[in-house]
Design a protein around this ligand. Sequence first.
Ligand code: ACO
Length: 320
Amino acid sequence: MTARIAGIGAYVPETIVTNDDLAKIVETSDEWISSRTGIRERRISTKEGTSDLAAEAARRALEAAGVKPEELDLIILGTSSPDCNYPSGACEVQAKIGAVNAAAFDISAACSGFIFAMNIVQGFFKSGIYQTALIIGAETLSKVVDWDDRSTCVLFGDGAGAAVLKNEESGIIDMLMGSDGTKGEALKCTSRSLGNFLTGERPELGFMTMDGQEVFRFAVKRVPESIESLIKRNQTAKEDIRYYILHQANERIVEAVARRLKEPMDKFPMIIEKYGNTSTASIPLLLDDMVKKGMLKAGDKIILSGFGAGMTWGAVLLEW
Ligand code: ACO
């Protein structure tokens, strides 16, 4: 038995912020942003929090799967921008959708969160503990981005994607995860300062900082390596892979990965143009877009690949 994606759902806030809009608040241009990243616009939340976006994506995934909230055994939310330290975003989603029988918790694996969540569910399914799970990737990164820093604020967007997983005969074939904590400084968002009565400082919220070139180097090395490794150890031919569904960080990263894998760009669908980098939400947002366009057929072999802060990376080979 293995995890099968039974339904996908996605939700983004309605406010669209274009590159030209950003050029009014920092020194940048549509040309600079789109030529270096592929991004033209992103959604920014003004009213809804991470758990609101997550709950709506979850409702849509449940509807697509034909699963009732009370049938869920488990909810895992991958996020690096939760609304609260506690309760977890997953518990907030549980309450919003009425998944009364589910255990719920968040994981922090940045842009790899959706893949890590899928891996965790697979473990529970393989052990026979749970049969039906909901995984969600949701972010409101707009609240941790430094809107005075043009090198990061142009990259990110808010959104959520979810998948209902069921323990069935076919689905996930193999998966892997990895982390390299020594490179953590490359992409960082502190949430703690030593603000207490002894230091006399007030607690401060941190903003995201990024060494873009270090992240780029990490991604174009680790992503093809992990994909090659999955393909090799499952004796699968690249010709048998219908699509590579990569975390939507940057068009140039996706192109570099395609070159290293010697695979054509039409096997690498993208939605970064519309949504920017939505971190852990990007893979389910892309899957949802592909389902709506009828791009995925039963039996298609696809590879999902996430990578991000930590640094972390993970990949899944599955049959649709
Ligand atoms: N508009 C105009 N100019 C800018 C902007 C901007 N938004 N941002 C930076 N610049 C300037 C810099 O100040 C610099 O100017 P200088 O030469 O006068 O000092 C110049 O552009 C070049 O800056 P670099 O940082 O060297 O730009 P680079 O070509 O490396 O592109 C980018 C930056 C797009 C971030 C690139 O490094 C990259 O793609 N990195 C990958 C990081 C990434 O995708 N992160 C996403 C989050 S991580 C994740 O999801 C896994």
